[in-house]
Design a protein around this ligand. Structure first.
Ligand code: AMP
Length: 199
């Protein structure tokens, strides 16, 4: 049994979303926090937020940190306290990571597991192209946007992998091979957590 939140971390297309949804299917004690899903939903419904972020989403850049953290905070304020959270696509910058850790500290929440999914750009490009067709994700349909999303990951998000070691003990950081079939990635994560003294 997993008794703390989980940050799923990896490039766009690394399988974070699928892994998150599978964990929730298998364990109903979890809630899925996907900033990307919230932003896409707002764009579809053409809310004020949706209209504000449409250009950013269209270029593969990140929505600004203040807005993103405010969305996450709002969401966290409304959830059932007895459930654990799976973050999928958050935090994505150093600022967001610090914001989240301060929030956890101030709210006496147990620090999450950090699950890092490792995968090459080539496989990610193949997957994103396929997903764009299957899931109607307009921002993923143009090759230059996919490239841009990977550049943004390298320049703003990847750094979190190093920073996280300053905040979490090694047993709370779990590395997974994202090239394996998703079921194997899922099982490997569960096995690592079950063997983990801090579970
Ligand atoms: P995703 O589905 O997680 O790949 O997110 C799709 C798009 O939503 C990203 O390319 C960003 O424009 C925006 N987005 C999602 N999560 C974040 C975040 N944590 N910070 C900033 N922008 C985000």
């Amino acid at each position: 049994m997993i008794t703390r939140d989980i940050i799923l971390f990896g490039k766009p297309g690394s399988g974070k979303g699928t892994l998150g949804k599978n964990i929730i299917k298998a364990d109903t004690g979890f809630l899925h926090m996907s900033t990307g899903d919230i932003f896409r939903d707002n764009m579809k419904r053409e809310t004020e937020l949706g209209l504000e972020i449409i250009e950013v989403m269209d270029t593969g850049e990140l929505v600004n940190d203040e807005l993103t953290c405010a969305i996450v905070e709002d969401w966290l304020e409304q959830i059932d306290e007895n459930k654990y959270v799976i973050y999928d696509g958050f935090p994505r910058t150093e600022h967001q990571l610090h914001w989240l850790l301060v929030y956890y500290h101030e709210n006496n929440r147990k620090l999450p597991f950090f699950v890092e999914i490792d995968i090459s750009d080539e496989i990610v490009i193949e997957r994103i192209t396929q997903r764009a067709i299957e899931q109607d994700r307009p921002e993923d349909q143009k090759p230059y946007i996919i490239k841009q999303r990977l550049n943004v990951y390298d320049s703003q998000t990847n750094i979190i992998k190093e920073l996280i070691h300053e905040y979490l003990p090694p047993e709370q950081i779990i590395k997974l091979d994202g090239t394996l079939p998703m079921k194997k990635v899922h099982n490997s994560m569960l096995q690592t957590i079950e063997r983990n003294p801090i579970g």
